[in-house]
Every structure is written in structure tokens, then in C-alpha cells.
Ligand binder design. Structure first.
Ligand SMILES: C[S@@+](CC[C@H](N)C(=O)[O-])C[C@H]1O[C@@H](n2cnc3c(N)ncnc32)[C@H](O)[C@@H]1O
Length: 251
């Protein structure tokens, strides 16, 4: 991937049989080389909205599709600062990703193993529930205070179809008091498909069956508010990728 792709992650590349940006699940190995996780990924997050249902307990977050963990590390530091003003408390984060190599990397590079842990899990798989329940019990919580889903919904949608996207959001909401979603734009879907076809000679089989097309953020908003009973807290401005953060809370 080139430096240009950092500013435009969905940009089409010339035909390249070994395109490292061609992926089935978004499990890019060098993602953070091209999409640095520092400040500008979390700059859009507001500060005053991170309420906890249990102000006396630790603040616990889940990062779904955490890749090699870089953004999870930054989110930990962000929450520490954001919460310090009105409700100082210890933060615990669980990062999950379906790729075992990425999780291994995240564990090796974890600067706060006392506060951040990583598990290799397919969020839609059955055994994921058991692990999430175990972790919540450890934290003495029934739900996560916040669930982050940064740049993961497109991969779920492409691989599991419209129903899979709804299932994913329902499941994320079922374990969350708040949810933060950074949806990819529709043009990213087309580019992901094109790159997979060119590089691997295969496509996402469910792409042609999708009905929730054109405006992923709009569809996600409707699913969260109409099917998951969450209410919109805020939608941020576009970042430099033209992606917004959608923030919702349990009603
Ligand atoms: C494009 S990366 C985004 C990484 C990170 N969230 C960020 O925005 O910096 C998408 C990640 O989602 C993961 N992923 C895709 N489908 C998943 C699933 N069903 N369960 C868990 N992780 C998944 C991929 O392995 C990949 O690491």
C-alpha cells in the first residue's frame, strides 16, 4: 500500500496480483503503517458522553475487529483522559479479531497488559459469546460500557450479507451500553470487491444479494434505532477519509 492510500484507503490501485490491500476480512497485516492510529483516528470522538451505568466500577470497553491493536491502545489513552475530568476510574479494554497472527502481534506489542487484553474471536461465531461472558464476569459487569466498531462493518456486510450485518449490530448492542461505529462508504465496498477479484480471482459471494446498498451509515442508523432500541448520541463530522463516527446509547 502506498502513502496515498493512507489518505484514501478505498482508492483503487493499478492491477496488482499481490495487492496487500486485497483482503477478504480486512485483516491487513500492515494496516497501521498506512492508517496510523494516533490522534487523528480518535480526534473526532467527543469527550463528555462516556457515561457508565456503574460509576463505582471500572470502565470497560470492547474493540471489535482490533487488527494489531494500535487503535485499541490509543482508545485506552483517550478514555483515560476523557473520563478523568468527571468520573476518574480504571479502564479495561478487550480487543477481539478473527485473525490469530494479528492478535499475536497485538499481545506482543501491548504497552498496558494490565489494562488491555486481546482475544482471537470471530465476533459472529457461537463461541464468541462464551468468551465475552467470561470477560464481563471478570470485570463484574453485565455489559460493556462501550463497544467500538471501527472500519469493520463493511467486512461483516460483505461476508455475511444484510442479515449478517443486522445480526452483528444486534449482537454488539446486546453487550453494550454505548456503541461507536465508523462505517465504510459504499464506494469502499466496490473497491474491496474489485481488488479481491483482481488479486485473488474471487469475489464476495453475497455482494450481489445486498439490498442495504448505497448508504451504509444510513442503514446502520436505522438498524440501531429501529431494531436495537439504541438512540443516537451524536454523529461526528467527516474525518479525512470522509468517514463519520456514529455514536449511540442504550435507551
Ligand atoms: C480494516 S481493519 C480495522 C481495524 C481497526 N478496527 C481500525 O479501524 O483501526 C478490520 C478488522 O476487522 C477484523 N474482522 C473482520 N471480520 C471480523 C469478525 N467477524 N470478527 C472479528 N474481527 C473481524 C479483521 O480481521 C480486521 O483486522
Amino acid at each position: 500500500m502506498s502513502g496515498d492510500e493512507e489518505r484514501s484507503p478505498c482508492k483503487e490501485r493499478p492491477e496488482d496480483k499481490t495487492d496487500p490491500g486485497a483482503s477478504r476480512h480486512g485483516n491487513f497485516m500492515n494496516y497501521y503503517q498506512f492508517h496510523p492510529a494516533e490522534e487523528r483516528r480518535v480526534r473526532q470522538l467527543p469527550c463528555g458522553v462516556w457515561r457508565s451505568a456503574h460509576p463505582d466500577r471500572k470502565y470497560v470497553g470492547l474493540d471489535v475487529g482490533c487488527n494489531a491493536g494500535d487503535l485499541t491502545f490509543v482508545l485506552h489513552d483517550f478514555l483515560e483522559t476523557a473520563l478523568s475530568a468527571d468520573q476518574p476510574k480504571e479502564i479495561r479494554l478487550l480487543g477481539v479479531d478473527l485473525d490469530p497472527i494479528l492478535i499475536e502481534r497485538a499481545r506482543e506489542r501491548n504497552p498496558r497488559p494490565d489494562r488491555i487484553i486481546f482475544e482471537c474471536l470471530d465476533f459472529l461465531a457461537e463461541d464468541c459469546n462464551r468468551t465475552l461472558d467470561e470477560q464481563l464476569r471478570r470485570f463484574e459487569k453485565s455489559r460493556f460500557d462501550v463497544v467500538f466498531c471501527f472500519s469493520v462493518t463493511m467486512w461483516i456486510h460483505l461476508n455475511h450479507g444484510d442479515e449478517g450485518l443486522v445480526e452483528f449490530l444486534r449482537k454488539a448492542c446486546s453487550v453494550a451500553d454505548m456503541i461507536v461505529i465508523e462505517p465504510q462508504l459504499w464506494k469502499c465496498y466496490r473497491n474491496a470487491s474489485r481488488r479481491l477479484r483482481r488479486s485473488k480471482g474471487e469475489d464476495f459471494p453475497l455482494l450481489k444479494t445486498l439490498k442495504l446498498t448505497g448508504d451504509p451509515a444510513g442503514h446502520i442508523d436505522r438498524i440501531l434505532t429501529e431494531f436495537c432500541n439504541f438512540q443516537r448520541v451524536t454523529v461526528t463530522e467527516n474525518n479525512e477519509w470522509k468517514r463519520r463516527l456514529l455514536i449511540y446509547a442504550r435507551t
